[in-house]
Design a protein around this ligand. Structure first.
Ligand SMILES: Cc1cc2nc3c(=O)[nH]c(=O)nc-3n(C[C@H](O)[C@H](O)[C@H](O)COP(=O)(O)O)c2cc1C
Length: 170
C-alpha cells in the first residue's frame, strides 16, 4: 500500500471483532511507533500493550469516549520530568513526539488490515491520572492517549478531507 492510500484509508473504528491481533503484528506496530520523529531524537515514549481483559476493562472505563470493544489496547505515554511538580508545566515536545508515534501505529495498523481508534487521555487529567493509577506507572510517566486495535466490525470508507481554503501559499 502506498503511503497516501494508507493515510486516506485510516479511519476511526469503534466496533471490533473478537479476533486477537497476532504478536508479530503487535511488534510491527511498535516498530512503526518508535520510528517516529521526535525532538532532538529524545524518544520520550513508553508503550503499554494491554492484552489482559480485566485491565483492559478498567482502562476502557476511564471515560465513555474510551469505552470500545477492541481485543487490544496500547497506552502511549511520555516519560517527562515536571517543572515544579506541576502537570500544567510539563516541559518539552513530548506531546508532539508521542503523537507522531501514535499516528505511525494507526498507519501501520491500516497496512496490516487492522482497524484502530486513537482516544485522547492527557490533558484530561481525570482520564490520564486514572490510567496512570490502573497501570501503576512511575511518577514521570504520563499517558497521552490509548489506541484500540483489532479487526473492524464496521465499514468506514476511505476519504479525503482536503480543503483548498486551508492552504495558504506565501
Ligand atoms: C487527540 C485525539 C483524541 C481522540 N479521542 C477520541 C476519543 O476519546 N474517543 C473516540 O471515539 N474518538 C476519539 N478520537 C477520534 C476522532 O474523533 C476522529 O479521528 C475524528 O472524528 C475523525 O475521524 P477519522 O479518524 O475516521 O478520520 C480522537 C482523535 C484524536 C486525534
Amino acid at each position: 500500500m502506498n503511503t497516501l492510500d494508507a493515510i486516506l484509508k485510516r479511519r476511526s473504528i469503534r466496533d471490533f471483532k473478537d479476533t486477537i491481533v497476532k504478536d508479530e503484528d503487535i511488534e510491527k506496530l511498535l516498530i512503526a511507533a518508535m520510528a517516529a520523529p521526535s525532538a532532538k531524537n529524545m524518544r520520550p515514549w513508553e508503550f503499554y500493550v494491554i492484552k489482559d481483559k480485566e485491565i483492559q476493562d478498567k482502562v476502557k472505563k476511564v471515560s465513555p469516549y474510551t469505552d470500545k470493544n477492541s481485543p487490544l489496547i496500547i497506552v502511549c505515554a511520555g516519560r517527562v520530568k515536571t517543572l515544579n511538580n506541576s502537570l500544567d508545566e510539563l516541559n518539552g515536545f513530548w506531546i508532539h513526539d508521542v503523537s507522531a508515534a501514535i499516528e505511525n501505529i494507526l498507519l501501520e495498523a491500516t497496512e496490516l488490515g487492522l482497524g484502530s481508534l486513537w482516544c485522547g487521555l492527557f490533558p484530561h487529567l481525570d482520564r490520564s491520572s486514572l490510567v496512570k493509577e490502573i497501570l501503576n506507572l512511575e511518577d514521570d510517566v504520563h499517558p497521552l492517549g490509548l489506541i484500540h486495535i483489532g479487526y473492524a466490525n464496521e465499514i468506514k470508507e476511505e476519504r479525503t478531507q482536503y480543503e483548498e481554503s486551508k492552504v495558504h501559499y506565501i
